[in-house]
Structures are given as C-alpha cells and as structure tokens.
Design a protein around this ligand. Structure first.
Ligand code: GUN
Length: 285
C-alpha cells in the first residue's frame, strides 16, 4: 500500500491562517508584530530563503525589515547592528540568516540576539529551555515537523522516534521536542554503524543529513511516518530530499515530499514565533 503524502504546502496555508488571526487580534490592540532579517554577503541560497521569509511576513500582515549587509562587514559592526535592533520596540523577532562568512563568530552573533527576540530559537537560553522542556521559541524546522505530525494525527507518545542527523538546527532540537512528547528517541548520524538496525525500529523517522538516498525502502518499518528534512539539488537541477521517495512511499504509512513537505512549515513557524513574541509583550512569561 502506498503511503499517505503529507502535504506541507496545504498544512502551512492552514496553520498560517490560524496565526494570522492571532496577529489580527494583536493589531486590534495596537501591536503590529515585527521581524528583522539580517543577511550578510551573497550566498544565493540564503538570499532566496530570506526573500521567502520577508514575503511570508507580508502575506500574514506582519511588519518586516531586511538588513542586507556586505560580506566583508566586521564582526563588531554586525554585533552593533544586532544590539541596535534589540533595543527597537517595533521589532519582536530578529533573525540572522546562516551561514555567516568565516571571519564572523557565529556563536557570538547568536548570543547577541536578545533571547526575547530569538524567533529562530538558536540562542543558548532557548536551547537550554528545550532541555528543561519549556522553551519559549522552538527552532522553526523541528517545530514545523512537530506541527506536521500533529496535523496528520500521527501519535508521538510512546512511539519509537529515530532522528538521523545531529545538527543544532534540526536533529538535536527535534530529538528533545519528541522526547518532551514522550516518544522513545534515538539520534543517529550519517556515520552510524548499521543505520538500518535503528531506522527499521522507527515509528517516526526524521531524516536531516543532506545525503541523497540515504534512506531506502528496506530501512523503513512498514507503516512508519517518514519526515524528510533534506534539501539537495541534483546536477539535473531537480530538488530531492535524503529519502528515496519513490521506494519508501511503498512501505511507509506517511511520507513528506521534497519539495512541498517540511520546507513550507519552517517559514510558517518563524511567523508563529514572531507573533508569539509580540504576544509576550502583553503577557510576559
Ligand atoms: N540557515 C539554514 N536554515 C536556517 C534557519 O532556520 N535560520 C537561519 N537563521 N539560518 C538558516
């Protein structure tokens, strides 16, 4: 039997509608949620992501501003810019698009963003909150995956969740979020010995490694929910994930496509976090 395709595009539209209602309520109280997006240098992929983030703000009716900074900006000037945005009351979220040029210390940058405006969820304070089980801003991609699972009525509690990939942006926070929902969580990497031994136990399999076709049908438990966070561009120009979609869809119970699965949810959760941040100016946690 062929898996049910999780339509991230359609779910993102529904979720954005819900958050737009919350933004509209804030506006009635005189608060316009605002997001600052900083891009440093000329990474073409980053430029597309940043444009999509600004576009999503317009669609949901949020205020946004783009700070397009040269690739040779000094670390000191970038930190000063962030400090400046931290003080601006019309901004509820600040995001610095990654990666940054090599001469800039990324950890320093992420720690300079006020934890109260860290809508990416990358600040140590928010990462620590994930460990404690009460993070304010969950990182957007794993938050989007959690939302896809919930929207698709896929149970989490008591299920075996296997995460392949241990990045700070996806793998590690994803594991903590599913653990918080009482899943039994294993974290693997693309280097895990006999990866199949772990993936074949997964009721929920989340893959985020950037390796094309890492997960094939023989590695997947029949009926599993397979969430593909990978985005890889083949030489032909085609976008694919880390999962052999055509093979795995014949075994899985649910599967996300690439594109059109996790991708649309990431920006949606950025919007959600920005609106949540604005709400907290009225009801501080
Ligand atoms: N680069 C790749 N993914 C992300 C993300 O979620 N946030 C930021 N700021 N940069 C990224």
């Amino acid at each position: 039997m062929s898996a049910q395709i999780i339509d991230g595009k359609a779910i993102a539209i529904e979720v954005r509608k819900q958050w737009k209602r919350r933004a509209d309520q804030l506006k009635e109280q005189g608060i316009l949620p605002g997001l600052a997006v900083i891009i440093v240098g000329d990474n073409p992929a980053s430029r597309v992501y940043v444009q999509n983030k600004i576009k999503a703000c317009h669609e949901v009716g949020l205020y946004s501003e783009l700070h397009d900074l040269p690739g040779d900006i000094s670390e000191e000037m970038l930190l000063a810019k962030i400090e400046d945005l931290n003080q601006n009351p019309s901004l509820h979220g600040i995001l610095v698009q990654l990666p940054l040029p090599d001469h800039i210390n990324v950890n320093k940058v992420l720690e300079t963003i006020s934890a109260k405006k860290d809508v990416d969820g990358f600040h140590l304070y928010n990462l620590g909150g994930l460990i404690a089980g009460n993070t304010v801003f969950p990182p957007c991609t794993p938050y989007g995956v959690q939302c896809l699972l919930e929207y698709s009525n896929i149970p989490i509690e008591g299920q075996n969740a296997v995460i392949v990939g241990r990045s700070n942006i996806v793998g590690k926070p994803m594991a903590l979020m599913l653990l918080q929902k009482n899943a039994t969580v294993s974290i693997c990497t693309s280097k895990t010995r006999d990866l199949k031994q772990f993936t074949s136990l997964a009721d929920i399999l989340v893959v985020a490694t950037g390796k094309v076709n890492l997960i094939t049908a023989d590695m997947v438990k029949p009926g599993a929910a397979v969430i593909d966070v990978g985005i890889n561009r083949l030489e032909s120009g085609k976008l694919v994930g880390d999962v052999d979609f055509e093979g795995v869809r014949e075994v899985a119970g649910h599967i996300t496509p690439v594109p059109g699965g996790v991708g649309p949810m990431t920006i949606t959760m950025l919007i959600a976090n920005t609106i949540m941040s604005a709400e907290q100016t009225i009801h501080p946690q």
